[in-house]
Design a protein around this ligand. Structure first.
Ligand SMILES: [Zn+2]
Length: 175
C-alpha cells in the first residue's frame, strides 16, 4: 500500500473500505492531536497527488476527510471536515470522470448532483455549513461516499483501466 493508503485489491483492506466508519468523537481527542491528524492526512494526500482523502482510506475508523482543490485565484483551498453530512443536493446532475487513490489506474464517469450543501464540524468541533458546486462538490461527494463505505465504481456503468501516465490530467482528479 503506497503512502499507507488502503487498496481494494487487498481483501482485508477492501473489507475495511466497505465498512461505514464510526462518528468522530471530539471528546476523545486533544486539540494538538487533531491538528497532527489533519497535517498527516494532508501530507499523504499530497504525496499521492490526490485532491481528497478520507480517514478510512488510511485505516482510521472515523468519519473525517480532507480535500484540497484549486481556487479562482490560482491557489488552492484546503478543507478538513469531521462528521460530514449532505444537507441538500441539487436536482441537476452532471457527469464527470473520477478516479480513486484506493483503486489504482481505474477511471469512470459518475453522475452526481452539481451543487450540494454539506454540514459537519471543523477541527475545533465547531459546526460548519459549506455550500459547494463544481469540482469541489464532486470531491466532497466522493469523500462522503467513502465515509459511507461506498466507492465510485459502485456508481458508474462506464469503468475503464488506464496505464499509469504522466501526472497532470487524470492524476489530479483522484480522491
Ligand atoms: Zn476515493
Amino acid at each position: 500500500m503506497a503512502h499507507g493508503i488502503l487498496l481494494i485489491e487487498n481483501k482485508n483492506e477492501n473489507l475495511f473500505l466497505r465498512k461505514r466508519p464510526a462518528d468522530f468523537d471530539f471528546k476523545k481527542w486533544r486539540k494538538g492531536d487533531i491538528t497532527a491528524l489533519i497535517l498527516k492526512m494532508r501530507r499523504i494526500m499530497h504525496a499521492a497527488n490526490g485532491v481528497g482523502l478520507s480517514a478510512n482510506q488510511i485505516g482510521l475508523d472515523f468519519r473525517m476527510f480532507v480535500a484540497e482543490v484549486p481556487d479562482s485565484q490560482g491557489g488552492t483551498k484546503f478543507y478538513a471536515v469531521f462528521n460530514p453530512k449532505i444537507e441538500k443536493a441539487s436536482d441537476n446532475k452532471i457527469s464527470f470522470e473520477e478516479g480513486c487513490l484506493s483503486i489504482p489506474e481505474t477511471w469512470g464517469e459518475v453522475d452526481r448532483p452539481e451543487k450540494i450543501v454539506v454540514s459537519g464540524f471543523d477541527k475545533n468541533g465547531k459546526p460548519v455549513k459549506i455550500k459547494t458546486w463544481g469540482f469541489l462538490a464532486r470531491v466532497f461527494q466522493h469523500e462522503i461516499d467513502h465515509l459511507d463505505g461506498k466507492l465510485f465504481i459502485d456508481r458508474t456503468k462506464k469503468i475503464y483501466k488506464v496505464e499509469p501516465q504522466p501526472k497532470k490530467q487524470s492524476q489530479q482528479k483522484k480522491s
